[in-house]
Design a protein around this ligand. Structure first.
Ligand code: ADP
Ligand code: MG
Length: 567
C-alpha cells in the first residue's frame, strides 16, 4: 500500500495537505523527523500513515489522557488497531493491553510519558517490535515551551533502553528557535528531516478591541453573529462562571468549561459545544487541546492571554474549515495586572532558584510581548508572524489595524513632559506611578524626590489613559524611554538626542468615535428584565401569563404594570 492509498482507505482523504507527504516519506525512508505545523494543520496523519505502513509498532507519547482517548477512538472507528495506556486503566487492563501489543495486535499504542519509566512497560518494550517512537506535542520537552513536562525529559533514556533504535519523530505547533533546538537536542534526533510549514492562517481576521466594557461588547458581538459557533476564553474560572451566567441570562445558548468543573460536567459541556447544542462555549485555557471542531467562526479573548504562543494556539481554533473567521482580543489595562498575579502564583517548587528566576523572567518578557500586541497599531498578522520567525513584507489588509485609519498626532510636547517626569522619578518607578503623576495624583511623591517642577505635573489630567499608553508605547519604540525586563518594569531615559535635535513624536491614535459609532455599542435600551436572574425571569413569565389570563377573563388591558414601567 502506498501512503496515498492508506490515506484514502483509512482516513477517506484524497490528498495530503502541505507538508504531510514530505514527513510521511522521510519517516518511511527511516529518517527521524521534526514537524512544526500550526494547530489544525494535520500533524496526526503525518505519523499515523507511516505507522500503518511500517512493519512494527508505533509508540505515540502524548501528554493528555483525553487527547489519547480521542485519537484512539478515531483510529478504531477507521478500522485501525490502536490502544492507549494511561492511568485511566486498571493494572489488569494495562497488562492485557501490553500482552496484545506484544503479540503485534496494535499498529499504534499511545502512552503518557510517565509510563515510560515503569518496569512493567520497560520489560514490554524490550521485547516488542517497535518501529517508531513519536513524540506528540513535543514542545512539552522544552523549558522554553508553554507546557513543560519534566517527564518528557525521560523519553531519550527510554529510547536508549530499547534493543534497537527506532525511528524517532516529533510534532509541535510551537515554532520558536529555543523550542525547536531543545527538541532536536533533548531527543537526540539523528539528522532529522525538519519541516516548518507557514504559520499564516489567511482566513482568520485579527482584531484587538481596547475596551473596559467587555460584557457589552460580547453581548453585542453575539447579537451580530447569531447562531455562529465560537469560543470565549477568560483568564480565570470566576470570569468564566460570571460571563456564562450573563450570556445565559441574555438568552444565548452558551455553555462553559474549566478545570473546576467535575469530569462529567466537562464532558457534557464539551459535547454540547461540539454537537452545536450550545454553539458558544466560555472557557479557561484548559479547554481546547485536542478539540477538533471545524466550524468555529470566532474566538473571543475576554482577557489578554499570557503569551503570543497561547494566543495563537487558542485563536487558531477558529476557522479550521478554512472559511473566514474572527479572532478578537478584548484588552484593558486590568488584564496586565491579572496576568502578573497569575504568574506570581505559578509554582516553580520543583526547580532550583536560578532556574525558577530564569523562567519567571521569561514569563514576564512574554507577557510584555503580548501586551505590545494589544497596543500596536501595526498590522496584527505581521506582528504575530514576525514573532514566530516569519518575515512578512506588506501589511495584510485583513486585520483590525489594517482596517483602521489611525490618526497620526504630533505629541512632541506631551512626550517631553512624559520624559521629564520619568527623569524626575529617578528610574525607580513604572508606568502606573508615571501616569498617576502626569495626571496629578502623586505630587507628594515627586516632592519627596525633590522634583522641582512637581507642581506643574497634573496638567495631563484630561488626557485619556489610552492616549498616555499609546504615547508611552511610542516613546519605548522610539527608544526615548526604556523599560526594565524584570517584574517591576521601571522606566528610564533612553537616547533622547534625536528629540533634542528637534525630532517629532508622532503617535497613532484611534479615530475619535462617537459612542454610537463604537463597533460594539452597548445594548440600546436596558430592559429591567436584564437585571433578573433566570429563576426570576421564570417567575416573571409565569406572573405575566397569569396576568394575561386574568386580564383576558376580566376584560382588562393585556399588560402588567410593574412599578411605573410596563413589562
Ligand atoms: P493538529 O494535530 O496539527 O492540530 P490534527 O492532526 O488534529 O491537527 O488534524 C486537524 C484536522 O485536519 C482533523 O480533522 C484531520 O482529520 C484533518 N486533516 C488532516 N489531514 C487532512 C488531509 N490530508 N485532508 C483533509 N483533512 C485532513
Ligand atoms: Mg495534534
Amino acid at each position: 500500500m502506498t501512503p496515498r492509498e492508506a490515506l484514502k482507505r483509512y482516513f477517506g482523504y484524497d490528498s495530503f495537505r502541505p507538508g504531510q507527504e514530505e514527513i510521511v516519506s522521510a519517516l518511511l525512508a527511516g529518517r527521524d523527523a521534526l514537524a512544526i505545523m500550526p494547530t489544525g494543520a494535520g500533524k496526526s496523519l503525518c505519523y499515523q500513515v507511516p505507522a500503518l505502513l511500517l512493519p512494527g509498532l508505533t509508540l505515540v507519547i502524548s501528554p493528555l489522557i483525553s487527547l489519547m482517548q480521542d485519537q484512539v477512538k478515531g483510529l478504531n472507528a477507521a478500522g485501525i488497531h490502536a490502544a492507549f495506556i494511561n492511568s485511566s486503566l486498571t493494572e489488569t487492563q494495562i497488562a492485557r493491553a501490553l500482552d496484545l501489543a506484544a503479540e503485534g495486535s496494535y499498529k499504534l499504542v499511545y502512552v503518557a510519558p510517565e509510563r515510560l519509566e515503569s518496569p512493567v512497560f520497560r520489560s514490554f518494550a524490550a521485547g516488542a517490535d517497535i518501529s517508531m517512537v513519536t513524540v506528540d506535542e513535543a514542545h512539552c520537552i522544552s523549558q522554553w515551551g508553554q507546557d513543560f513536562r519534566p517527564s518528557y525529559l525521560k523519553i531519550l533514556d527510554f529510547i536508549d533502553s530499547l534493543p534497537r533504535r527506532p525511528i524517532v519523530s516529533a510534532f509541535t505547533a510551537t515554532a520558536t528557535r529555543e523550542v525547536k533546538d531543545d527538541i532536536v537536542c533533548t531527543l537526540r534526533l539523528h539528522d532529522p528531516k525538519v519541516l516548518v510549514t507557514g504559520f499564516d492562517r489567511p482566513n482568520l481576521y485579527f482584531q484587538v478591541e481596547r475596551t473596559r466594557r467587555k460584557d457589552d461588547f460580547v453581548i453585542q458581538y453575539l447579537r451580530d453573529h447569531p447562531g455562529e459557533s465560537g469560543i470565549i476564553y477568560c483568564a480565570t474560572r470566576k470570569n468564566v462562571d460570571k460571563l456564562q451566567e450573563l450570556l445565559t441570562k441574555y438568552g444565548f445558548a452558551a455553555t462553559k468549561y474549566h478545570a473546576g468543573l467535575s469530569a462529567e460536567a466537562r464532558r457534557k459541556n464539551q459535547n454540547d459545544f461540539i454537537y452545536d447544542t450550545a454553539p458558544v462555549i466560555v472557557a479557561t485555557n484548559a479547554f481546547g487541546m485536542g478539540i477538533d471542531k471545524s466550524n468555529v467562526r470566532f474566538v473571543l479573548h475576554y482577557n489578554m492571554p499570557q503569551s503570543m504562543e497561547n494566543y495563537y494556539q487558542e485563536a487558531g481554533r477558529a476557522g479550521r474549515d478554512g472559511l473566514p473567521s474572527q479572532c478578537v482580543l478584548l484588552f484593558s489595562a486590568q488584564d496586565v495586572i491579572i496576568n502578573k498575579f497569575l504568574l506570581d502564583k505559578k509554582d516553580f517548587a520543583e526547580m532550583d532558584d536560578e532556574e525558577a528566576d530564569l523562567l519567571r523572567q521569561r514569563d514576564l518578557q512574554r507577557l510584555q510581548t503580548m501586551e505590545r500586541y494589544c497596543q500596536t497599531t501595526e498590522c496584527l498578522r505581521n506582528y504575530i508572524l514576525a514573532y514566530f520567525g516569519e518575515h512578512p513584507t506588506a501589511p495584510c489588509g485583513n486585520c483590525g489595524s489594517c482596517n483602521n485609519d489611525f490618526d497620526e498626532v504630533d505629541m512632541t510636547d506631551a512626550a517631553k513632559w512624559m520624559i521629564n517626569c520619568v527623569a524626575e522619578l529617578h528610574g525607580r518607578y513604572g508606568k502606573a506611578i508615571l501616569f498617576g503623576t502626569l495626571q496629578g495624583a502623586n505630587r507628594a511623591r515627586l516632592r519627596e524626590l525633590g522634583a522641582e517642577r512637581f507642581k506643574s505635573y497634573g496638567r495631563m489630567k484630561d488626557t485619556p489613559r489610552e492616549t498616555l499608553e499609546r504615547l508611552l508605547a511610542q516613546l519605548l519604540e522610539d527608544g526615548y524611554l526604556v523599560q526594565s525586563d524584570d517584574q517591576y518594569a521601571v522606566l528610564h531615559i533612553g537616547d533622547i538626542a534625536p528629540l533634542k535635535a528637534g525630532g517629532q513624536v508622532l503617535v497613532k491614535l484611534p479615530p475619535q468615535r462617537e459612542p454610537e459609532q463604537a463597533r460594539a455599542p452597548k445594548p440600546k435600551r436596558r430592559s429591567p428584565m436584564d437585571a433578573l436572574t433566570s429563576a426570576g425571569l421564570e417567575l416573571f413569565s409565569q406572573l405575566r401569563q397569569l396576568r394575561f389570563d386574568t386580564a383576558q377573563r376580566e376584560g382588562l388591558p393585556p399588560y402588567v404594570v410593574f412599578g411605573d414601567k410596563s413589562l
